[in-house]
Design a protein around this ligand. Sequence first.
Ligand code: E4P
Length: 217
Amino acid sequence: MKFFVDTAEIDAIAELNDLGMVDGVTTNPSLIKKSGRDIIEVTKEICDLVDGPVSAEVTATDADTMIAEGRKLVEIAENIAVKVPLTWDGLKACKTLSDDGHMVNVTLCFSANQALLAAKAGATFISPFIGRLDDINLDGMELIADIRTIYDNYGFDTEILAASIRSVNHVLDSARLGADVMTAPPGVIKAMVNHPLTDKGLATFLADIAAADIKIL
Ligand code: E4P
């Protein structure tokens, strides 16, 4: 499973990237707003740091302007994936930009039929939003499973990018279901290391190290 980090915070991306945990980055207008940075500047900085795909989202809602924005975004760096919303105009922009040879991430996906349309329009990534479905008492994981089945049934090579990940269990369940990629905030990725038995075991070892005065260096 590829790990994308869902943030526009450079320091957080750099920390995870140094550990080999970052296969790509996703941003969206809310994350750009949170960073307080100019979208072009911060996206360029992220692209300089990370080798994998960096999703940058268009701001327009009509296809022609989305395409124009996408063409500007891909000038930032070779690893830009243009992020477009799952609307009819977004699908038109997806088709044009992917026909031009650019990576496209179709975002705000909440149904398997939407994901089917995105694959047919040439999406590189489809982003089903798990957490936002869970927020309204629907099952985000059922959506991941449905998309996996449909894409496998017909051999679509669009990658399933599990998005709106809010917990370590979302990561685990997405991996079990065969999502190709997950994107999560840095805090969720870092929380994956935690286990109470690791803490307990380490405390015992440290006590024994002290008691027996075990030294290596
Ligand atoms: C993904 O591309 C989105 O940026 C993100 O995962 C949305 O997450 P949220 O629903 O927690 O805002």
